[in-house]
Design a binder for this molecule. Structure first.
Ligand code: ZN
Length: 345
């Protein structure tokens, strides 16, 4: 039995009677002081209308003949509504209102979970997938990406063979020394749009532009760039970037069961590889590889920093799997590299 204290108006006079409402969830009756009946027992659902609860407002029960019962006992009213299964939506609203801190905490938790999944979950999964991809898949993707690059940006290199041979010698000695299991190959191309640049494809093909070679002042500068690009290949940064960047799209596609977009996404990987740049973290990782290599050789890091700055200064504004994506980041990268080296010393 639910009992609720309140005041009762009989609908004919303005007199407010102190009253007690009693209900078992089916019938309802209202008694006044000393047990006088103010409202005879009647069917709860058929004979009344309850104002929905909003905020801390007083609850009012309206009866068909103009009688009214008012109460501040919102808990009691909720019990009555629950038991009689009425005003369900108002109960939810009232729950949300009274539990707004819980609701806010849940929402905040959801936002953090989504943020965490995008920033840590997807990169983790992307890394796992990238390292599981079989060699022939990577080669296939790389051949397609090379074709796209050649169609869109590149012309055959105009460098003389002697110059190319000098660089090849350094490159293949490096590849051999790294012993990473990758079949590294070096390609030379000319590109007006891309300026002084280098590209690393998952297969281990590294392409450098004529302008990059011309911008370098000595072979050690180029060696730094080559180590940096090889680090991108070894750590599968290109594939990881593509998988990461498309992770959210893929996730949504899978959730809605849109298989066609998954297949078209897979077909678009070579293009994405060409178009999406590396994250700051991947650039830093590749720079650290150069730092480690130069330290191992007992060389100063300055040649690598010099060429980075020189390239950045001449860089046309273009995104892609390029050496330099955005200009202010170069200074930050150099600072990080210097800090990295001073910590290792
Ligand atoms: Zn890079």
């Amino acid at each position: 039995m639910i009992t609720i204290n309140g005041i009762f108006f009989d609908g004919q006079t303005a007199i407010a009677h102190k009253a007690v409402l009693e209900s078992d969830g089916i019938d309802i009756l209202i008694k006044g002081e000393e047990g006088v009946s103010l409202l005879d027992k009647c069917d709860l659902k058929a004979s009344l209308r309850i104002t929905p609860r909003l905020g801390g407002t007083r609850r009012i029960i309206m009866f068909h003949k103009g009688q009214r019962f008012e109460t501040d006992d919102s808990k009691g009213m909720e019990q009555l509504e629950l038991k009689a299964r009425i005003n369900k939506s108002s109960i939810i609203v009232s729950f949300l209102e009274s539990q707004w801190k819980t609701v806010a905490a849940c929402l905040a938790g959801l936002v953090i979970a989504v943020y965490g999944f995008i920033n840590f979950g997807i990169p983790f999964i992307a890394k796992d997938i990238a390292f599981r991809l079989p060699l022939n898949t990577m080669n296939r993707i790389s051949i397609d990406a090379e074709q796209i690059l050649d169609q869109r940006f590149f012309k055959p290199s105009g460098l003389d063979e002697e110059r190319k041979d000098d660089i090849r010698q350094v490159f293949y000695a490096l590849a051999k020394g790294l012993n990473s299991g990758h079949a590294f190959t070096l390609g030379f191309r000319k590109s007006k749009v891309l300026g002084a640049n280098a590209f690393a494809l998952p297969s281990g093909l590294i392409i450098i532009t004529d302008k990059l070679v011309e911008t370098s002042e000595n072979i050690r500068e180029l060696e730094g760039i080559l180590v940096h690009e090889m680090a991108h290949v070894i750590n599968r940064h290109g594939l990881r970037s593509v998988i990461q960047n498309t992770g959210v799209v893929l996730l949504i596609s899978m959730l809605v069961g849109d298989v066609t977009s998954i297949t078209s996404l897979a077909a678009g990987i070579p293009t994405l590889l060409v178009e999406s740049g590396y994250s700051r973290q991947f650039e830093i990782e590749a720079d650290e590889a150069v730092g480690k290599y130069f330290m191992l050789k007992g060389w100063d890091i300055k040649p690598f920093e010099d060429i980075l700055i020189r390239i950045t200064a001449e860089q046309p504004e273009l995104k892609g799997t390029q050496l330099i994506s955005t200009h202010p980041e170069t200074i930050e990268r150099i600072r990080h590299l210097q800090k990295f080296i001073s910590q290792k010393k």
